[in-house]
Design a protein around this ligand. Structure first.
Ligand code: S3P
Length: 169
């Protein structure tokens, strides 16, 4: 079985849904941001602050290259991976890509007050809107798109599984 790779903006639910989906399917769960933090022994905030976004993106791409070799995993990714086409090519090798879609207003409501996202330190509302506009066409290159607005986790998970079955037929 191929990996199931979750992509989407910050707050789209990749980690929460990924963990639950992995549990339901009896697969291991991998989160790219957690791997980067573990290997660097620093938080994402610290990496951005001390070394800048460019280094973070390099670490991110290296991590993706490595985990793309694995199989039968549910993989949750950082929201920015779609900006580097090489990341998508690598993830597609062994994986089916699922976009967890939500609009910027809903995303803002979900993540306001959360300080773990360096890109949203200043003007989070506008930043989310701009990132949504810039990245939407890239996210939509996914194999499967699931709109997550006004849905419970179990509904999203069931929808992913249904669409995955049809896709894999
Ligand atoms: C980023 C999203 C974050 C994290 C980093 C950059 C982005 O991950 O990788 O702060 O560029 O959208 P989440 O999408 O899991 O919040």
């Amino acid at each position: 079985m191929k990996n199931i790779v979750l992509i989407g903006l910050m707050g789209s639910g990749k980690t929460t849904i990924g963990k639950l989906l992995a549990q339901k399917l009896g697969l291991n769960f991998i989160d790219t941001d957690s791997i980067i933090e573990k290997e660097a022994n620093k938080t994402i905030n610290e990496i951005f602050e001390n070394y800048g976004e460019e280094l973070f993106r390099k670490l991110e791409s290296n991590t993706i290259k490595e985990i793309s070799k694995r199989e039968e995993k549910v993989i949750s990714t950082g929201g920015g991976i779609v900006e580097n086409p090489e990341n998508m090519q690598n993830l597609r090798k062994n994986g089916i890509i699922v976009y967890l879609e939500a609009g910027p207003k809903e995303l803002y409501e979900r993540i306001k007050g959360d300080n773990n996202r360096p890109l949203l330190k200043n003007n989070p509302k506008d930043t989310l809107k701009n990132l949504f506009e810039k990245r939407s066409p890239l996210y939509k290159q996914a194999d499967i798109i699931v709109n997550t607005e006004h849905k419970e986790s179990y509904e999203i998970i069931n929808e992913i599984i249904e669409k995955y079955k049809n896709y894999a037929k």
